[in-house]
Design a protein around this ligand. Structure first.
Ligand code: FVH
Length: 293
């Protein structure tokens, strides 16, 4: 067999926390020349036996590669690390969690500094990095041309999903998905609280919960379809009026079990408001319109 003689592009990685280190390791394992820098130098030194080159400063690290990946704690740490660093001609890929507004401001900031810019929102936890079957990926937004140029390299640690030229879209998708996740965890927390004082094995409930949530999840496609058509009664199986009629059962059960309703009540309040506005024949989709200010 012919040896693989195609040279891999070099990568610079700024930030070696739990996530930055996992990303760095994936590139090293795949044979990419990698220059690293971290505020606390021991974290960078730990990667030397695996083949990383350690830069003495963020500026030196940025100078070492055209592709510079940043994965720091938050937007203000990006400011601190890259203050005064020459970014001219660099392809800056910022995987630091930020708001859409911060991402858009960072894209404009990078342009003013002479860099091309891609923003990323990581949909993975560190153990999923470098494990394709774990299903992790990063949302990217900003320059499509830049994304295409580095698609292969960026796809080494986890998958890639490009969501548009608007630099804020990766962060927006990231926060949207994580917000839905927190809603799901909130519901699960309430369910576990209901059985907490009973002779019910939490593991048994967990198995039932996981199957039930998976069975319910496809409903989001009907929600999207209703939002697109503007007809919130399309394909309704469980009308809002019926669901609101059931809410006292949930609240009474919580009270009987000695469980605070504080996670459920805000959602029930919105359902009742939509019903009062005449949405009784609709799905739960009308609640979305009450949220959008
Ligand atoms: N870990 C996770 O589960 C999530 C998964 C989804 C995406 N997030 C985001 O990824 C960013 C980095 O997260 P992380 O897990 O690597 O975070 P830490 O382990 O806490 O490492 C933080 C790194 O940032 C450096 N740092 C912090 N402040 C500064 C600063 N002012 N100047 C320079 N560097 C700074 C820190 O350096 P050090 O403490 O080692 O010196 C670490 O390299 C993040 O946006 C998550 O939301 C992770």
């Amino acid at each position: 067999m012919e040896p693989n003689t195609v040279e891999k592009p070099s990568v610079t990685m700024l930030g070696l926390g739990a996530m930055g280190t996992a990303l760095a390791r994936a590139w090293l394992v795949a044979g990419y020349p990698l220059t690293v820098w971290n505020r606390t130098p021991t974290r960078a030194a730990a990667l030397v036996p695996e083949g990383a080159r350690v830069a003495g400063s963020a500026a030196q690290a940025v100078a070492a590669s055209t592709l510079v990946v940043v994965c720091l704690l938050d937007d203000s740490s990006v400011d601190q690390v890259l203050a005064g660093v020459d970014l001219i001609g660099r392809d800056l890929v910022n995987l630091t969690t930020s708001t859409p507004a911060q991402a858009r401001a960072r894209a404009a900031w990078a342009r003013r500094r002479g860099a091309r810019y891609l923003d990323g929102g990581i949909m993975a936890v560190p153990p999923m990095v470098g494990v394709p079957e774990a299903g992790g990926y990063v949302f990217y937004s900003g320059s499509r041309a830049l994304f295409e140029r580095h698609r292969e390299t960026l796809g080494v640690p986890v998958g890639t999903t490009y969501v548009g030229e608007d630099a804020g879209f990766a962060a927006l998708h990231d926060v949207a998905l994580l917000s839905a996740m927190y809603g799901m965890f909130a519901g699960a927390a309430h369910a576990f609280a209901l059985i907490r004082r009973e002779d019910i094995d939490p593991s048994a409930l967990a198995a039932l919960l996981a199957d039930w949530l998976v069975a319910m999840v496809p409903a989001v496609h009907q929600t999207a379809d209703q939002l697109r058509s503007g007809d919130y009664t399309k394909g309704v199986v469980s009308p809002l009026a019926m669901q609101v009629a059931g809410t006292p059962t949930f609240l009474s059960t919580a009270e009987q079990q000695g469980v605070s309703p504080e996670l459920l009540s805000p959602y029930f309040d919105l359902m009742r408001r939509r019903l009062a506005e005449g949405g009784g024949e609709e799905d739960l989709t009308g609640v979305i319109d009450l949220l959008v200010r």
